[in-house]
Design a protein around this ligand. Structure first.
Ligand SMILES: Nc1ncnc2c1ncn2[C@@H]1O[C@H](COP(=O)(O)OP(=O)(O)OP(=O)(O)O)[C@@H](O)[C@H]1O
Ligand SMILES: [Mg+2]
Length: 256
């Protein structure tokens, strides 16, 4: 299997602090990889560097063989890297369906003129977009909440809605930042299964940041461990579980 994402020498300094320091890792095409590490280890910063939210201090990111280092976020998304956020970002006062529609529109191909003139192409595409949104909501188990206002959804379903929106942009690589945060064990278990299903059905690759060790170990084929901005280890779950440095720095940390 080839690598869809390659991160080399990735470094981000905020003033004197190296939040991410010379990090190298790969994400295999079609694989589910995990990014773990204690609070403040630099996990979210890595997502922000991959997606162009932050400019790198040094190092490179390549996606599908193309150098995407420091591209604008919308261009990175356009190439097929989409994400969810640690702090949920939704249109809180819009319905579930509208939230997904706005994301589907972002990847539609018609222009403003088509939509203003309501040309047949626009109407055809509108229909296709609505069908796509319905289909995604069905797969993500949100179809029966279609008309609910996003803000009123239980936390776990808001996280699912965010994943739906990320999928609506037709990613080849999906980045999930703590998708199970705030979920109970049942919801976490369901989410884990769902992420596997999404990977299989949409034939995409996943990189997930997660604190729930069960989720990471059960779901990921490959795990990258960060500590104080540096890569401590990476490998298969069993190797990570048995890695002394990882156990000391993270797993044995007491609060996991
Ligand atoms: N925009 C910023 N300006 C200054 N410092 C920042 C900025 N973003 C992140 N940092 C710092 O970089 C370090 C890494 O933060 P980051 O959010 O990447 O950690 P994390 O691994 O995602 O942690 P958590 O598990 O708490 O989400 C922290 O010390 C954080 O305070
Ligand atoms: Mg974070």
């Amino acid at each position: 299997m080839s690598d869809i994402l390659r991160v080399r020498g990735l470094t981000k300094r905020f003033g004197g602090l190296a939040a991410v320091n010379e990090v190298d890792f790969d994400v295999r095409e079609g694989g589910i990889s995990g990014l773990i590490g204690p609070n403040g280890a630099g996990k979210t910063t890595i997502f922000n560097l991959i997606t162009g939210v932050y400019k790198v201090s040094s190092g490179t990111v390549s996606f599908g063989g193309q150098d995407i280092t420091d591209l604008e976020p919308h261009r990175v998304a356009g190439l097929g890297v989409t994400r969810t956020f640690q702090n949920i970002r939704l249109f809180k006062n819009l319905s579930v369906f509208e939230n997904v529609l706005t994301a589907c529109h972002a990847s539609a191909s018609y222009g403003l003129a088509d939509s203003l003139l309501r040309l047949p192409r626009f109407r055809r595409e509108e229909k296709a977009i609505k069908d796509k949104a319905d289909g995604l909501l069905e797969i993500l188990g949100l179809a029966d909440r279609k008309d609910a206002i996003a803000n009123g959804l239980p936390y776990g379903l808001q996280r699912r809605l965010e994943i739906t929106r990320a999928l609506a942009l037709d990613p080849r690589l999906l980045l999930l930042d703590e998708p199970a945060a705030g979920m109970n064990p049942d919801e976490t278990e369901q989410l884990m299964r769902l992420i596997g299903e999404i990977r299989d059905r949409f034939k995409l690759s996943v990189l997930v940041i997660e604190h729930h060790m069960d989720l990471v170990m059960g779901l990921c084929e490959h795990i990258v461990v960060l500590n104080f901005g540096q890569k401590l280890a990476d490998g298969a779950p069993d190797a990570i579980r048995g890695d002394k440095r990882v156990v000391e720095a993270y797993l044995g940390g007491g609060d996991q």
